[in-house]
Design a protein. Structure first.
Length: 424
């Protein structure tokens, strides 16, 4: 296959798939496919609800079209799968979206085609799970009739600096020739360059340890925060002091949600246990980070009690619901843990977040976001997400929302030291 003959099909048009489709669509005939008809309609109108691509960027991809019809991507010869890979309630990999995408591919794939997977998986999943589905239902033989690659996504939702084209891309292929070709294809749209892994499994493993390492680094900082809170020492001050050493890693305490850091480690630990190894450090880090929502709620309740504020039916405002600041993504947000824990204490909890999609939050979490902030209403205010607009409000405007003697909990260190009554 030659570059000039490429016809690219992107399967999944979310935070990962859309930026990829846009970049490919600047150079190659590209069709973005998504089963969500409303998403396709929105993109055809030049709008992106994820805010990953501006209207100008969408218009720049002159060779890109969108569809919700699988039949319309049949003529493609280079497919890229970017569907979600979440976890179940039991913290095990949920490969159902990936399996469905593989089954769909099996209905349209032709001889000579290449399929590249970008979805996060455990080492071996591409060739152990996806490829057999394609083989079985297409009647085509792997590495004879069709070929595969793996190029892990490195999208950071809401990040306008580290983007698809500015982050070096890992590539791999099912044969040495295909690995070279996949690397060549990605190299044409990634100015930052590529790194060709020796195998698909190596590329898969690299992806899961990137976020697992970050998860563990945050976990140790969260544990530090718990210790320093008991010692009445401000965590940020400690981190700032320790950060003067050249090799100290700069992480902050907080809730770890989203589609990657809080999910990927479970893919690795699943595979590890499957082959007979029981991970200890990784799972310990996950336990710490998964418990931070409950910890924040407990700290708030203790502070309210110390101020003789009646906990039953207390009014609490949670400012922020997305999993990170200045980003509309609410997938796997851990703010919900704070909300549910406080409601278990029979508190009245209002949640405000102008970045989040109100309908999505209601459908996914059963939370009806409030539209307006009211002064003098709350016994406690929790700054849960560091949106720029919250920072711009300043401490006086934020405190005006509380009753006299209220508690202000700055989870994300939005305010200056001393401005809040309690900080993580």
């Amino acid at each position: 296959m030659k570059l000039e003959n490429l016809r690219i099909g992107i399967i999944g048009l979310g935070y990962v798939g859309l930026p990829l489709a846009v970049e490919f669509g600047k150079q190659y005939q590209t069709i973005g496919f998504d089963i969500n008809s409303s998403r396709v309609k929105e993109l055809k109108e030049g709008k992106d609800a994820t805010l990953e691509c501006t209207p100008e960027e969408l218009r720049s991809a002159e060779l890109l079209n969108y569809t919700d019809s699988l039949e319309e991507i049949r003529d493609c010869n280079f497919y890229v799968v970017t569907v979600p890979t979440p976890i179940t309630e039991e913290n095990t990999p949920d490969l159902s979206p990936l399996k469905k995408a593989s089954l769909a591919l099996s209905k349209i794939i032709s001889k000579g085609d290449v399929v590249v997977f970008e979805s996060t998986v455990y080492p071996g999943a591409t060739e152990e799970v996806c490829i057999p589905i394609i083989e079985k239902h297409s009647k085509l033989k792997y590495n004879e009739d069709f070929f595969a690659g793996y190029s892990p996504e490195r999208i950071n939702p809401g990040d306008k600096v580290n983007r698809l084209t500015t982050i070096r891309k890992i590539t791999s292929g099912s044969t040495s020739e295909i690995a070279d070709f996949v690397d060549l294809v990605y190299g044409t749209i990634i100015p930052a360059g590529t790194h060709k892994a020796s195998s698909i499994a190596v590329a898969e493993a690299a992806k899961v340890i990137e976020n697992t390492q970050r998860d563990l680094n945050i976990a140790i900082i969260n544990e530090f925060a718990k210790i320093f809170n008991k010692l009445n020492i401000d965590t940020e001050e400690v981190l700032r002091a320790a950060g003067t050493k050249w090799n100290f890693l700069h992480f902050k305490p907080g809730l770890v949600g989203g589609h990657c850091i809080s999910v990927d480690p479970y893919y690795l630990t699943h595979k590890a246990q499957e082959v007979g190894y029981r991970p200890e450090v990784i799972l310990a880090g996950r336990r710490i980070n998964d418990g931070m929502g409950e910890y924040v709620a407990t700290q708030l309740v203790k502070k309210l009690a110390s101020k003789k504020i009646h906990i039953d039916e207390a009014n609490v405002l949670i400012m922020g619901f997305t999993f990170k600041g200045d980003c509309p993504d609410v997938r796997n947000t851990k703010i919900i843990d704070i909300v549910r824990e406080l409601k278990d204490y029979n508190m009245n909890v209002d949640v405000y977040d102008s970045w989040a999609d109100k309908r999505e939050v209601l459908e996914e979490y059963g939370i009806d976001l409030i539209d307006e902030l009211h002064e003098g209403k709350y016994d406690a205010i929790v700054l849960a997400v560091d949106h720029s607009e919250t920072k711009k409000m300043g401490v006086d405007a934020i405190r005006s929302l509380g009753k006299k003697g209220h508690i202000l909990y700055d989870v994300k260190h939005v305010l200056n030291l001393g401005d809040a009554d309690i900080r993580l």
